[in-house]
Ligand binder design. Structure first.
Ligand SMILES: [Zn+2]
Length: 499
């Protein structure tokens, strides 16, 4: 394999210091083999003069639902609607351009934004016999028409399905959508991720962990490292195959088995996140999908077979129960979301060594819903600063399709907690740009000899902001990724890298 010499690159300091002046960086066999002020080209080596561009470890999105993300990019967008009637109008308009025999898939409505609950009957009145499935923006609810219920062989309902009732059907909906989209949608989404500097993802899709990604990589969609999670329904098969978290599922380890994923509660917008205190104006405290004994048994089983656990917990009571189950089972892993936490549980999380796998983009989307549903606990939401200060290891993700698969957006949201002109929400919980970068590189440090050659070449210094958090966030969003390398191979290339 020929080596690649990058000359005149500036190293972005990530977790560790970087030399102040540009350096040369040599890559061979998927590894950074040398970093020095000036390296002389070797015979047959490809040389790229980066002309002072910035380079950092490649980015990871630690929480995605990749198939759905690929699909959302082709679905009817029904976000930003304030009433079911608005969605019906969008659906009616879109039906004219649907191919005969196709289903209509839409995405993005938020029940909390609507003045009333939608009905299946009103959707039927617009859609007739064509199956229509509309997925909520948090992916915890689905509004189907009768034709879709029939085609899926499911028991019809009067309104949207939520949580487990929806998740049972969602798998089939995703399959149906995949069949309609073909491979192209996945390949395009992989390429779009690489174009933002992403080299790896933690995929929490409901899928066949041993088949889905190995098949995609085999078919050429191989720009990303993938850790593919396993849900309880595939746990036996994984254990029987002797696989642990980290086991390679492709010969070169591009795809590896991720953690056991457990969805322990619901979501804020569906009012199903499980809380210590009731939602505003109600006696509802949300939904606990597994009690503590079940959770402990599941985590214990995973741990006994070498699997880490990733427990979805959005409400504070869900996080509390999850932590108790981690403590009792001795399992290692992460709390996914950790959206509402008590100070005590943050301390417990640190002492148990559990990772906070957080999605800062949600804090921009959930600001209004929080004011409406959790006004009495808003200051405990998305406690990123508190978790970092307590010593909780933290990684960032998008939860795509709930937010866009773009780590720069996640980092910007974590740094400046406002999507508009308003003051940042709970500004004391903001993190610095350097901390945001550190949470987005899968634990890697500033590029150095001996590291895997996973890197992103940037048009500017992402840490150059000198002003307030709004400026720092704007800078992060403005970063252009000019090249991405995974395992030493260019997965995205513009400018001098494309030649
Ligand atoms: Zn998720």
């Amino acid at each position: 394999m020929t080596s690649l010499l990058l000359r005149h690159v500036r190293l972005v300091p990530v977790r560790t210091a970087a030399p102040p002046d540009p350096v040369s960086l040599r890559i061979a066999d998927g590894t950074i083999t040398a970093v020095a002020p000036e390296l002389r080209p070797e015979a047959g080596e490809r040389v790229v003069d980066a002309d002072g561009r910035w380079v950092m470890p490649g980015l990871w999105d630690q929480h995605v639902h990749f198939t759905q993300w690929a699909q959302v990019r082709t679905r009817l967008d029904v976000s930003g609607t304030s009433d079911p009637a608005e969605v019906l109008a969008l659906v009616r308009d879109h039906l004219g351009s649907c191919r005969a025999g196709d289903w209509l898939f839409g995405f993005g409505f938020r029940l909390t934004d609507w003045r009333r609950e939608p009905t299946v009957a009103e959707l039927d009145a617009v859609t007739g016999d064509r199956p229509v499935v509309l997925t909520s923006g948090d992916a915890h609810a689905g509004w189907l028409n009768s034709a879709a219920f029939r085609a899926l062989g499911a028991v019809p309902a009067d309104g949207p399905l939520t949580e487990l009732a929806w998740f049972e059907l969602m798998t089939h909906v995703i399959e149906r959508n995949s069949a309609q989209d073909g491979d192209a949608a996945v390949r395009a989404a992989v390429e779009a991720a690489a174009a933002r500097g992403v080299v790896g993802i933690g995929d929490f899709e409901f899928s066949e962990p041993l088949l889905t990604w190995p098949g995609r990589v085999h078919a050429g969609a191989d720009a990303l490292w993938v850790r593919t999670a396993v849900y309880a329904d595939h746990l036996d098969a994984v254990i029987e195959a002797g696989l642990r978290t980290g086991s390679p599922l492709t010969p070169d380890g591009t795809v590896r088995l991720g953690p056991l994923k457990i969805i322990s509660d619901g979501s804020l917008n569906s009012r199903t996140a499980y809380c210590h205190e009731p939602y505003a104006g109600s006696s509802n405290r949300g939904v606990q999908n597994h009690d503590r004994a079940e959770l402990t048994a599941l985590l214990g089983r995973a741990s006994a077979h070498g699997l880490r656990a990733a427990v979805h917990a959005i409400g504070d009571a869900a996080a509390h129960e999850a932590l108790a189950a981690f403590a009792a089972s001795g399992a290692s892993g992460s709390i996914e979301h950790a959206q509402l936490m008590t100070a005590r549980d943050i301390a417990t999380m640190a002492s148990l060594g559990l990772t906070a796998s957080v999605q800062p983009g949600h804090l921009l989307d959930d600001r209004e819903a929080t004011a409406q549903l959790w006004p009495d606990r808003a200051e405990r939401c998305f406690p990123l600063r508190s978790m970092l200060d307590a010593g909780v290891p933290m990684v960032f993700g998008s939860d795509a399709p709930v937010a866009v698969l773009d780590p720069w957006e996640s980092m910007a949201a974590a740094v400046h907690r406002s999507a508009d002109e308003r003051e940042p929400w709970n500004a004391t919980e903001a993190v610095t740009p350097a901390e945001a970068l550190a949470a987005s590189v899968d634990g890697r440090d500033t590029l150095a000899s001996g590291q895997p050659a996973d890197l992103a070449v940037l048009d500017r210094d992402p840490l150059a902001a000198t002003g307030d958090s709004a400026e720092a966030a704007a800078l992060l969003r403005a970063v252009q990724v000019e090249a991405t390398l995974r395992a030493g191979r260019l997965t995205h290339a513009t400018g001098p890298f494309a030649d």
